[in-house]
Write a protein of this length. Structure first.
Length: 266
């Protein structure tokens, strides 16, 4: 067997520790781009490796051999072992394709249900009559910023503006695309799930920096984001029937303050 075929299946296990280190060494916007491109490349590489592992076993099958041996086996080992590896790779590949299809369908359905919350609203800002403090960017055309009345009561006027600029940065930066790429890539290789947290941290940091620059007051921005996160943490736990649950999941938000990955809570 050509051992280089196995390399794309093993490298993703190193991506988690490298990603957690990366987000604290690079500017957040650069870290988000690098993580997303890397995750997409690793997912493509691992999926291609599985497909290549199917080829040598297939060439030992009589039906494929009848094609004139157009495919050359990647292995010189016994047909039994090569076919066994090929069957295992084919099963994993089929599972990967199924998970991707299911993930894309689920993500599309969640976005549709979330946009129903903002249907009929005029303008960029949508205020929900909900005591639970929450705010998130809802992607779409047009994108909207959704905030609950509970969150508005928890912040001062200046802090509200800083929070809205933060959420607007998620929309203009199309951060939901970064999150979707990593979520789908994690379905191709389980080790890539470890990069979801570093990416979320980088995207939040990027929005924080944008808000601080736009408002012109880093202290006010930090105070607004921190107070919003504390309001969510102090609020009663959201039940399964809450209206904001689906949309917040689609926006990639969990309502909690984020610390650098691997360093515990802020």
């Amino acid at each position: 067997m050509i051992y280089m075929v196995w390399l794309p299946l093993l490298v993703p296990f190193l991506a988690g520790p490298a990603g957690r280190r990366l987000v604290v060494c690079l500017p957040p916007a650069q870290a988000a781009w690098l993580l997303t491109i890397t995750v997409a490349g690793l997912a493509l590489g691992s999926t291609t490796a599985l497909a290549l592992l199917v080829i040598p076993g297939a060439t030992h099958l009589h039906a494929v051999a009848m094609l004139g041996r157009l495919l050359t086996p990647l292995a010189t080992g016994s047909p039994d072992s090569v076919v066994a590896v090929a069957l295992a790779a084919a099963s994993l590949l089929a599972c990967c394709v199924g998970l991707l299809a299911r993930g894309m369908h689920r993500h599309s359905g969640q976005l549709c249900r979330a946009r129903q919350l903002a249907a009929g609203a005029d303008g960029e800002l949508v205020v929900l009559a909900d005591d639970f403090p929450d705010a998130y960017a809802l992607p779409g055309r047009p994108g909207r910023i959704v905030v609950t009345s509970g969150m508005l009561r928890a912040l001062s006027a200046a802090e509200r503006e800083a929070l809205l600029v933060h959420e607007r940065a998620h929309l203009t930066g199309r951060h939901h695309c970064f999150t979707a790429v990593v979520e789908l890539a994690a379905l191709c290789h389980p080790a890539l799930r470890a990069l979801r947290e570093p990416l979320a941290y980088a995207l939040k940091r990027s929005a924080d920096e944008h808000a601080a620059h736009a408002v012109g007051d880093r202290r006010l921005t930090a105070q607004a984001i921190g107070r919003a996160a504390l309001a969510v943490r102090a609020a009663p736990t959201a039940g399964p029937g809450r209206r904001t649950t689906t949309a917040r999941h689609c926006a990639g938000r969990d309502g909690r303050p984020r610390a650098p990955p691997g360093r515990g809570p802020a």
